[in-house]
Design a protein. Structure first.
Length: 463
C-alpha cells in the first residue's frame, strides 16, 4: 500500500511517512493509491472477530507490514483496553428498522476516542522507535481535543497543542481539555469559530519550513489514520446487525460536520462492505446537505447550535470525497481547490452529481427538530440521545421509507451536552468521570484569532 495526495504532488510514500506527514506537503489530503477491496469470503471470515481482531485485520491492509505484527497487536489492544464496554462499539436496537452504534465508550465519552486512542499509541511508538520529537497540533470543535489529549498526555517525546473556539464548545468538552495538568499539553482558547481554528492549522501545516522546524504532526481527520481507524466500526456494526436480522445490506446515518466520519463509511463501502445509503446528518451549518442535494459546496453564515461538534462550515475531508467522485484526477482537484480559495464555492453537476445522490442522502436537522427527537425517543424507548446522535436518528427517520435497516451512529454520551438535554426537561445522571471534572482547576490560554498570536504561543510551547 502506498499513499498519494489528492493534488498529485506528493510522491508515493509508505504508511508511517503518511501518518507523520498528516496534511500532504502540497496542501492536499493523503489517500491510498488504491483502495483495498475485501472479498465476500473474507467478509464471511471476519464476521465473528472481536473488535480488536477486526481492527488488526483491516489495518493489515493499510500498514504495509511497516509495524511488526506483534507490535501492532500491542498497540491495538492498549488502545481499546480503556473502553468501558468489552464490545468497544456495541450496537443497540431502537426499533425494528433502526439500530444505534454506540461510539462513546472510550475515556472521553466520544467517538473520537476510537481513532485517537490508537493514534496516541502510534505517535508514542514512532517517537520511541525513531528517537524523534513529535509536536501534535490540532483544532477541535469539541471532542477531538479531549480525545487527542487523553491519548498522549504525559508521554515522553510528545507535546500537544489544541485550538478550540472560545465559548463555542460545551462546558464538559472544555473541562475535559483544560483540566489536564500535564506539562506536555497546551490548550488555546481562540476568539472565533472552529473554521477559523481549522484554517490556521492548515496554514501552519502548509508552511513546510515551520512544519519541519517545529516537528508538527496532525491529529485532525486530515490525517488518514483517523479515517482508517473509523472505518472499522462500520464493518463491526454491519456484522452485528446482519447476524441478528439476516440483512444483506445496511444503510448508515452519520452526524457529521467535517465529513470525516461519513467518509470512513464511504471508504468501507468502497472496500466491499454491503452499505446501502450513507445518510449525512448535519445541523443548521448545512453546507454538506446542500452539496448532496444541489451539487453546490459554499459556506454560509456560521450558526451556533445545540450540536456544537458539527458547527462547521468548511469540511476538511470533503476534498477526499471530491477526489474520488471526480475520477481520481489530481489536476482537476488542484483547479477546484484553487477556485474555492478564490471564490468560496465549488459546483458539480451531471453524472458526478447523480453519483453523489446515488451514494448519499442528506438532512439538515434544525434546532427544534433535534430537541424533539431527543424527547420523543427518550419517552418511547427510554434511550437518551445526545444532540449529535439525535441529528443522526432524525436524518435516519427522514429516509425511513427508502431503506430496510439503518444503523445510526451515536457519537457522544449525552452527559457531554447537558445544555441541550436540560432544554427538553430531562434530568440525567452524570457518569462519575464527568461529574469529577467540575471540581478540577482549569488551565488554558485565551488568544485572539490571529495567526501571529497562535504562532507566538506555539514557539514558546515547543521551544
Amino acid at each position: 500500500m502506498e499513499y498519494i495526495s489528492t493534488r498529485g504532488n506528493v510522491g508515493r510514500i509508505g504508511f508511517i511517512d503518511a501518518f507523520m506527514m498528516g496534511l500532504g506537503d502540497d496542501g492536499g489530503l493523503l489517500v491510498p493509491r488504491e483502495i483495498p477491496v475485501v472479498s465476500a469470503e473474507t467478509l464471511q471470515k471476519w464476521q465473528d472477530l472481536s473488535y480488536q481482531e477486526l481492527v488488526l485485520a483491516i489495518f493489515a491492509l493499510y500498514t504495509n507490514g511497516e509495524i511488526p505484527e506483534e507490535d501492532l497487536r500491542e498497540l491495538v489492544y492498549a488502545s481499546y483496553d480503556t473502553f468501558r464496554d468489552p464490545a468497544v462499539t456495541p450496537v443497540r436496537k431502537l426499533k425494528d428498522d433502526l439500530y444505534l452504534l454506540e461510539l462513546f465508550h472510550g475515556p472521553t465519552f466520544a467517538f473520537k476516542d476510537i481513532a485517537l486512542q490508537f493514534m496516541g499509541q502510534l505517535y508514542t511508538y514512532v517517537a520511541g522507535k525513531q528517537n524523534r520529537k513529535i509536536h501534535i497540533l490540532g483544532a477541535t470543535s469539541g471532542d477531538t481535543g479531549a480525545s487527542a489529549i487523553e491519548g498522549v498526555k504525559g508521554k515522553k517525546g510528545i507535546k500537544i497543542c489544541i485550538l478550540h473556539p472560545h465559548g463555542k464548545v460545551s462546558k464538559v468538552q472544555e473541562l475535559q481539555m483544560t483540566t489536564v495538568q500535564e506539562d506536555n499539553v497546551l490548550n488555546l482558547s481562540v476568539d472565533g469559530n472552529f473554521d477559523d481554528c481549522q484554517r490556521m492549522i492548515k496554514e501552519l501545516f502548509a508552511d513546510l519550513d515551520f512544519k519541519a522546524s517545529h516537528h508538527l504532526a496532525a491529529i485532525n481527520s486530515i490525517n488518514f489514520v483517523r479515517i482508517m481507524a473509523q472505518t472499522v466500526y462500520y464493518f463491526y456494526a454491519y456484522f452485528q446487525v446482519a447476524k441478528e436480522t439476516g440483512a444483506k445490506e445496511v444503510s448508515f446515518s452519520v452526524p457529521t460536520g467535517n465529513f470525516g466520519d461519513i467518509f470512513a463509511g464511504y471508504l468501507a463501502k468502497r472496500m466491499g462492505l454491503p452499505v446501502g445509503k450513507l445518510i449525512l446528518a448535519t445541523n443548521e451549518n448545512n453546507i454538506l446537505e446542500r452539496f448532496v442535494l444541489e451539487g453546490v459546496y459554499k459556506p454560509g453564515d456560521f450558526r451556533t447550535t445545540y450540536s456544537p461538534s458539527m458547527d462547521i462550515q468548511v469540511a476538511s475531508n470533503f476534498e477526499r470525497y471530491l477526489y474520488y467522485v471526480l475520477g481520481e484526477d489530481p489536476a482537476q482537484i488542484r483547479t477546484l481547490m484553487e477556485q474555492f480559495k478564490q471564490t468560496g464555492e465549488i459546483s458539480i453537476a451531471g453524472d458526478a452529481l447523480s453519483k453523489v445522490q446515488e451514494e448519499f442522502g442528506a438532512h439538515g436537522v434544525q434546532g427544534q427538530e433535534c430537541l424533539t427527537t431527543i424527547k420523543q425517543y427518550e419517552a418511547a424507548t427510554g434511550y437518551l440521545l445526545d444532540p449529535h446522535s439525535a441529528c443522526g436518528v432524525a436524518a435516519a427517520d427522514k429516509y425511513s421509507g427508502e431503506r430496510t435497516i439503518t444503523v445510526s451512529l451515536a457519537t457522544a454520551h449525552p452527559a457531554k451536552f447537558n445544555e441541550a438535554i436540560e432544554l427538553v426537561g430531562i434530568e440525567q445522571q452524570f457518569p462519575e468521570q464527568i461529574s469529577a471534572l467540575f471540581e478540577k482547576p482549569q488551565r488554558q490560554t485565551r488568544v485572539d484569532g490571529s495567526l501571529q498570536s497562535i504562532v507566538r504561543e506555539l514557539e514558546a510551547f515547543y521551544s
